[in-house]
Ligand binder design. Structure first.
Ligand code: FES
Length: 276
């Protein structure tokens, strides 16, 4: 398969994000882009990156082989990553992996004959609170058991796309690779679930039960202030905004996310408890 005109245009768009003369800094998203084109980073993809970025193939290959997110063999439609790092292992991650490996008939970094599933061991997926964790194309499925993971993979093999525990709806490995190259997920349903959408609902916890306040997600009416579509970015509150948010004077940072419940009212993260 040749690199398409669409990919060439996308590559130019990626390079344009970087200052002139610094195009080599575009290599990481470029590798995701060629992975989106061919399902993995092929020798042709490496040559393409080297050509458009003015690098040697050895330089590109050195980067592509360093990061585990760049696959050097054809990858299935769904990359199923089972965390077997400490927290997940203690809570059964190895059992989840063993069950999937046995049922799928593949081991680490191997793909089922129908090209639907690639299975891999993963190091900590940064969701230890929800261990054991499985991701599919980097979307989270929390608190898994061998049985629930088996059901998840079975659904994928049956052509279904179970909703992740949080985040956007599942897409294919090639589609997520394109998003990782820095291009928007074009699906309307995906946009509506993300905080970057101008009409996104207030963020809630992973179970959808508790409102989160004090995060860096701004309401749509303030989006223009953040200079990014949808208005979700880091922001520094003015003293007045901080005072109105946290009911305290002269505070110029947004603090950290806090969970609001009747038992746990909003409290600035930097508040010093009064001595009793
Ligand atoms: S150890 Fe599994 S998510 Fe951290």
């Amino acid at each position: 398969m040749a690199i398409t005109d669409e990919t060439l245009t996308a590559a130019q768009e990626i390079i344009a994000r970087y200052p002139e003369g610094r195009s080599r800094s575009a290599l990481l998203p470029m590798l995701h882009l060629v992975q989106a084109e061919e399902g993995y980073v092929t020798p042709r993809g490496i040559a393409f990156c080297a050509d458009v970025l003015g690098l040697t193939k050895a330089e590109v290959g050195a980067v592509a082989t360093f990061y585990t997110m760049y696959k050097r063999r054809p990858t299935g439609e769904y990359l199923v990553s089972v965390c077997t790092n400490l927290a997940c292992q203690i809570l059964g991650g190895e059992d989840v992996y063993a069950r999937l490996s046995k049922e799928l008939g593949v081991g680490h970094d191997e793909t089922t004959p129908d090209s639907v599933i690639t299975l891999e061991h993963a190091e900590c997926l940064a969701a230890c609170d929800y261990a054991p964790v499985v991701t599919v194309n980097y979307e989270f499925y929390d608190n898994q058991t061998p049985a629930s993971a088996s059901g998840l993979v079975g659904a994928l093999q049956a052509g279904e796309r179970p909703m992740p525990t949080r985040g956007a709806p599942l897409c294919s490995f090639r589609e997520i690779s394109r998003q990782l190259a820095g291009f928007h997920d074009p699906r309307r349903a995906a946009a509506h679930t993300g905080p970057a959408h101008p009409d996104a609902p207030r963020p809630v916890d992973s179970r959808g039960e508790q409102s989160l306040t004090g995060t860096d997600v701004g309401p749509a009416s303030e989006a223009a202030d953040y200079a990014v579509p949808g208005g979700a970015t880091e922001r520094v509150l003015t003293d007045a905004a901080a005072a109105s948010t946290y009911d305290a004077d002269g505070i110029a940072d947004a603090g950290t996310a806090a969970v609001t419940t009747a038992e746990n009212p909003v409290r600035p993260s930097h508040a010093i408890p009064e001595e009793s």
